[in-house]
Design a protein around this ligand. Structure first.
Ligand code: TMP
Length: 237
């Protein structure tokens, strides 16, 4: 597979064309941003960890019936994926109160919900990714009702698998963000990444944060947290 011109550069990844119009290469960076790019930094080794953890989890998801964009890991930082147009929605599942949920509703972090919640944000940094409901998303033609139904079902299925994976390695899956894409033949697949950048992971015993909140909140030991998660999830791999 030949790597061709860069198609896109995001905050954490670059996307390159290949000689196959239906396949692209994603390349994970060590760059970290928060608060819509206002806060910038580097998390050494993050690109490789996020790439490898995402692929590890996407393979399991694919096997459990959630279609993904994953095709083949090329090296530590780069992965061949199906080319999709990203549905401009951030799909957020929460099992425990934290972050913007705690802030918006004036509750403390760490309250375990009896059922997971789902919400959507409109992916638009200029507007600060505002929360959006399903009617608004359909009105803005960001997705159809059928696509939103499918996305919702997939997102809860991801939660079931991810929660079990994390429980097995002593991690509490607090919340996470997913993005979905549409292939050239109109199929909805899970895209983007599943990593400490996009999930909140708390140690089950101590509630120590093992994710990007260490960077967002200047808690220190950011790299250690990413390495710890990699070790727990992927073991000796
Ligand atoms: P929030 O509590 O800040 O809304 O974040 C919910 C989850 O989404 C959390 O696991 C972190 C993740 N997230 C992203 O992946 N990208 C983002 O831009 C934001 C704000 C959150």
């Amino acid at each position: 597979m030949e790597k061709r011109e860069q198609l896109y550069e995001g905050k954490a990844k670059r996307v390159y064309a290949t000689d196959d119009p239906d396949l692209v290469i994603v390349s994970y960076k060590d760059d970290a941003t928060a608060f819509d790019g206002l806060k910038k930094g580097t998390i050494v080794g993050k690109g490789a960890i996020n790439n490898r953890m995402t692929n590890f989890l996407m393979k399991k998801l694919e096997a459990s019936g959630v279609p993904t964009h994953f095709v083949e890991e090329l090296n530590d930082r780069e992965t061949l994926v199906r080319k999709v147009s990203i549905v401009p929605l951030e799909v957020i599942i929460r099992n425990v109160s934290a972050g913007s949920f705690a802030k918006r509703f004036g509750v403390e972090e760490g309250i375990e919900f009896s059922e997971p919640t789902i919400e959507f944000s409109y992916k638009n940094d200029d507007l600060h990714d505002p929360m959006i409901n399903d009617y608004h998303a359909v009105a803005l033609k960001l997705a159809t009702w059928d696509e939103l139904d499918l996305i919702t079902r997939y997102a809860f299925a991801v939660n079931d698998l991810l929660k079990a994976e994390m429980r097995a390695c002593g991690v509490r899956l607090v919340d996470f963000k997913l993005e979905f894409g549409k292939t050239s033949d109109g199929k909805i697949v899970l895209a983007d990444e599943i990593s400490p950048d996009t999930c909140r992971f708390w140690d089950m015993e101590t509630n120590e944060k093992l994710d990007k909140d260490r960077f967002r909140r200047d808690l220190g030991n950011v790299e250690d947290a990413y390495h710890e998660m990699m070790k727990r999830v992927m073991g000796a791999e």
